[in-house]
Design a binder for this molecule. Sequence first.
Ligand code: 1CP
Length: 362
Amino acid sequence: MLKNDLILRAARGEKVERTPVWLMRQAGRILPEYRKVREKAKDFVAFVKNPELAAEVTIQPVDILGVDAAILFSDILVIPEAMGLPYKMIEAKGPYFAKTVRTEKEVERLRVAVGDDLSYVTDAIKLVKKELNGRVPLIGFSGAPWTIFAYMIEGSGSKTFSQAKKMLYTNPALSHSLLQKITDSTINYLKAQVAAGADLIQIFDSWAGVLSPEQYNEFSLKYISQICDALKGNKGNKENIKNNNPISPILHIPSVPIIVFAKDAFFARKEMSKLKCDVISLDWTMDIAESRSLIGSGKTLQGNADPCLLYSDKSIIKRETEKMLRAFGSKRHIANLGHGLYPDIEKDKVKFFIDTIKEFRF
Ligand code: 1CP
């Protein structure tokens, strides 16, 4: 039993006493305590693969910042690695893949990941759940297939992801077959996370904003939709079994709330309202009232303060945070930032932002 289930209730549209809050990248470099644990691992990938260390930094923001949920410390890039494309995290630069995928042969060679390939993640989830002992829910996550595809083709981060987009234009059939392999892997992975104890799931589509609305429907939303369907009611599962797809046959996992975060995809908000997800996460460029009217009242909204707000004085943080809470209203809102915390934001300001939300009453 969870002692604090505010986020789960808010996600399902049930009554809450106050707006719940957690922050993207709360388990990260803004905490000196995180940096200390990180030093114990050889590098970022070794850190992610160590369930004890991953569990420790997952719980830190619950103890130190007082957030209403933990998010598993891991990375979206564990999926390419499980499919056969290992990555490195280069300090101050970001991810780097020695091998990328550009040809039919290279797509064929990739495997569909199954839950067991990522047992270091499910082991970390089990440790976190034990250690949390019901204090707050645990959020599991994955990248959206498009965002994972973008890293696998590009081989690193990019401002434009022009190589990944080039593949969409020059070989849409190959693009679809790679996206399908990533989607099947992601479904297996998320099911394993839920089976291990994740209480809700967030899908990060960090590079949604480089696509046109039409491309977004065809190359991203279609696959996010398959993931939502497979996690809810196992519809995708039955279809996959019928079509002999290599999807893992875990049929009985609880149906957990799903949050979809598509950064910069202001153009897709109406389409996203048709997904079988419970929560849509907004970035700070998306007007709150307009988003509510496009998405309707059937979903919870999450977000959407600009992380840079947390560089300001406390009086401004308080004023802007309360303005945001009023704009979302008392129903169906989970407070968060519009994207992850930046590493140089002061921990004290982050705590102040969280406390402002927790103390606010309508
Ligand atoms: O050494 C470090 O500490 C590196 C910083 C770091 C951290 C703390 C990276 C490198 N990843 C993470 C953890 C992480 N990544 C979490 C943990 C939980 C939490 O939010 O607290 C999560 C959810 C992610 C997800 C992730 N990784 C995304 C999606 C969210 C987003 O930020 O848009 C993406 C795009 C990545 C790739 C990635 N990992 C790390 C970096 C620097 C990047 C982005 C690189 C780029 O610019 O393309």
